[in-house]
Design a binder for this molecule. Sequence first.
Ligand SMILES: Cc1cc2nc3c(=O)[nH]c(=O)nc-3n(C[C@H](O)[C@H](O)[C@H](O)COP(=O)(O)OP(=O)(O)OC[C@H]3O[C@@H](n4cnc5c(N)ncnc54)[C@H](O)[C@@H]3O)c2cc1C
Length: 266
Amino acid sequence: MEIVRPDNLVGALDALASHPDALVLAGGTDAMVLVNAGILRPEYVISLRHVEELKAWNAGFIGAGVTYSRLEESDIVALAELSRTVGSPQIRAAGTLGGNLGTASPAGDALPFLAAVDATVELVSKQGARTLAWDEFLIGPKQSALGPDEIILGARLPDEMPGKTAFAKIGVRQAMVISIASVCVTRNEAGATTVALGAVGPTVLRARRAEMMMSAERAPDEAAMDEFQRLVSEESRPITDHRSTAEYRKMAVGVLARRALERCLV
Ligand SMILES: Cc1cc2nc3c(=O)[nH]c(=O)nc-3n(C[C@H](O)[C@H](O)[C@H](O)COP(=O)(O)OP(=O)(O)OC[C@H]3O[C@@H](n4cnc5c(N)ncnc54)[C@H](O)[C@@H]3O)c2cc1C
């Protein structure tokens, strides 16, 4: 196995153009699991760890190479919250936002946040750059629109971020756990509410009917909260797998969304 470690984006793109079958490696916390299990047997590996351009992070842009341990310090509440729930300190020190996008698992914890704020995903290849809406990039379970010659540059956040954001997830235990359901809720000053659901559909979903209903409520009472919870459950499309049943996920995601919304209302 040959490993190259370019220290800039041009070097990474050159390496990928000459080895389109290469394994692109960021933190390796997803990819190395597959290598260790014998599912991936790459002959050529391009490590992105030293590509400085991917580590950029500012108010409007999160580079693909930004790790969860850095994102834990975000002043965007949901982003910090979700980052704190990922794996262990070791996983958070290595795992990146770009890796979560690259794996495109419906249970990827950064993805409901990107969906809830309507982030776009920036991709680059030697042919040029392109920007996709989050739901153009995430197209199915572990399927993305990433081309074989492309590198994920990062996620762009909208200029107007909602003032309130919250993330919640549930797993089979308290820590070191892949979500069996997760949710990110946002609410702005005017009451506009967004709700994105993880691990309860083929990819991350937005609960559009729940959003519409709650966006019309300036001071939601118990009946409105009940209806919001019901709509979120109804709009989820979970399956039963080794982690949980569809019925439990449907129920749990409604409860999580209600709790996350409650945190956005204070
Ligand atoms: C013990 C353990 C616990 C975990 N807990 C969680 C959890 O709680 N929540 C969660 O969401 N995930 C969890 N994960 C999964 C993993 O940590 C995350 O998905 C993480 O974001 C992957 O990032 P990475 O940098 O390690 O990606 P890598 O493993 O390096 O890459 C993953 C995929 O993305 C591609 N890729 C990475 N960067 C780029 C790029 N810039 N351009 C193009 N392609 C790219 C790679 O080619 C590969 O296909 C856990 C994993 C482990 C092993």
